[in-house]
Ligand binder design. Structure first.
Ligand SMILES: O=C(O)COP(=O)(O)O
Length: 220
């Protein structure tokens, strides 16, 4: 598919720009250890890493993650994660070069994540190209988060662009829902945390990429 080069590209963070699964998995491991429960492997945790603390805790605790326990478990998880959300985290291969290319082609870019501001702001300084983004909207920036389109509207505004001048790239169903609802062209980052139980063909993304630099091929 060859498309017109967008004026702006907005990206999801976990599972799209940054491979954060190992740090999230580390936090889950610590909490499971505290409760003397069996651990889950990184391979098991990766597919749910886009679903934040609730997704990971449900995976590790099963029915023990319930209405009575979830507040405490979440607090324990987040306190471990907050202490070090970056040591095991890295760019997906090609992201750094992709962002350099976007700069060179005068395509603006930004981040729309459901990750709370506290953790996003702890991570970004370790990834200077992301810290320099003109648009960063987190899960708690507004009182609604993806799949609601409002965070995407705000990010487009921060870039000084109309929503329909931006694309949205993400690896989860709620990313594609939010992008479609915002009237943006949606790109599924298939290299991210898409699990075997997911049905991305039903998400109706406009197009998909198998690795980050493939984004550039969509308009050249
Ligand atoms: O931490 C989360 O809840 C998910 O973050 P994401 O929106 O960047 O995938």
């Amino acid at each position: 598919m060859t498309l017109r080069r967008p004026r702006g590209v907005l990206f999801d963070l976990d599972g799209t720009l940054l491979d954060t699964a190992a740090d999230l998995h580390h936090a889950l491991t610590q909490v499971l250890n505290t409760h003397r429960l069996p651990l889950v492997s990184l391979e098991q945790a990766r597919p749910v890493a886009s679903h934040g603390s609730a997704g990971l805790l449900s995976l590790g605790f099963g029915s023990k993650f319930n209405a009575d326990t979830q507040a405490d478990l979440r607090a324990a998880f987040l306190s471990v994660y907050a202490a070090d959300p970056y040591s095991r985290t890295q760019y997906f291969d090609g992201i750094s070069e992709l962002l350099t290319q976007l700069d060179a082609q005068d395509v603006q870019y930004g981040i729309v994540t459901n990750k709370p501001t506290q953790f996003t702001q702890a991570l970004l300084p370790h990834f200077p190209q992301l810290a320099a983004c003109r648009a960063v909207v987190c899960g708690d920036t507004l009182d609604v988060a993806k799949p609601h389109p409002a965070p995407l509207y705000l990010a487009a505004e921060q870039l000084g662009l109309e929503p329909n001048e931006c694309w949205y790239v993400g690896d989860a169903e709620r990313d594609i829902q939010a992008g479609r609802a915002a009237g943006m062209l949606t790109v599924l980052a298939h290299y991210g945390y898409v699990s075997e139980q997911d049905t991305p063909a039903l998400w109706q993304a406009d197009t998909e990429i198998q690795y980050p630099l493939q984004l550039l091929d969509l308009w050249t």
